[in-house]
Write a protein that binds this ligand. Sequence first.
Ligand code: PFF
Length: 452
Amino acid sequence: MNKTTRGSFTGKIGFVLAAAGSAVGLGNIWRFPYLAAKYGGGIFLLVYIILAVTFGFTLMIGEIALGRKTGLSAIGAFKALNKKFSFIGYLASLIPAIILPYYSVIGGWVMKYLSVFLTGQCHSATSDEFFGNFISSVGEPVIWFLLFLTITAVVVLLGVEKGVEKVSKIMMPVLVALSVVIAVYSMFMPGALEGVKYYILPDFSKFSVTTILAAMGQLFYSMSLAMGIMITYGSYMKKDVNIESSVKQIELFDTGIAFLAGLMIIPAVFVFSGGSPEALGKGPSLMFVTLPKVFDSMMGGTVIGIAFFVLVLFAALTSSISLMETVVSILCDKLKINRRLVCGIVFIAIFLVGLPSCLGYSIWSEVKVMGMQFLDFFDFASNSVLMPIVAFFTCIFIGYVIKPKAITEEIEISAKFKREKMFNVIIKYIAPICIVLILVSSVFDALGIFKI
Ligand code: PFF
């Protein structure tokens, strides 16, 4: 897109809310709590927060500055600064296409739960088998998946992102308020204290390389990093907006919602299922199995449950819309064909790629890829393999090709870069080394070559 015809955010608040709208989604409410529960509670939380203020901060600053500097999205931005490195942009653009199919499958699950609460069947959703029976059925999850994907595609097709953004300005604060209410309720249920302690107090004996690996994958995912999204958002940012303080606010928003989601879910796991490793290690089903129990035990739980699932659905939709928008606009630019046609092709392709994730709990439950169910495999391929690769090359690109000074100059157009030293050290040395170590260990781990 031409620099002069590019739209831009009106100011800092507009930018922060738009970026937070993409960042806050199922990653915060569904993915973060189950990873925290699985990987030792407090220790995972601690590692995640340390990574967020160091790695997350550095990468997000770098990506937004790259976008603003060039006024281009991922493919164009790398290409404009050094032709040899345009492959990073292509690689990054592949990630939303891998995430969107299974993201929509989970979005469908959220819609199913909303329908359950709307039809007053809250109590039936509290049985342990309810979720398992739902995802192991064949037709229903596919229908909900299709519905979620259709809504996403329709919004992208109509191009009503502006409207979505207006609504999210209201919905996001409501989501925060409701999360606080549910989290406080959950924390004070009899027997919840053990869960609060598990979630907040780090147990260093539970620390391992896998903790860092899982936390880092989650960080990229949750903050929409290493997939070109923040480069695109940066390209729409005005030159007088302070990048550094915007990044701090986006991080605070994103991590705050994830933290609250953990407080809603993990203490409740202790109340309803005990703190056994089996209950904590439930994985993707955790939110769907635990939260209905919390709502069922609350006064006015059905109404709170409905409000909660509406908000989660909305957060998921704002994220899936930005994922699909990315895929569609890249293809429109490349193929130079009609946007409607591209939307149609993307819709069908995403549906077909998402189908194995959707059926991986029913008719295809026997089929495993590298020992993983389809949904877990796609999640692993994007978060633990591709994103670290993109993050690694982005660090090398900034650290050694265009040099950190180029980023500092961009940031200092609007204000002094306060954490410049930390940025330089992380982007040049710490991040690339750690990312390689993590990538190698995750791939070896998955291939079963050695176990950490
Ligand atoms: N960050 C989103 C989440 O945590 O749910 C996922 C996501 C949305 C990633 C949009 C990328 C993106 F463009």
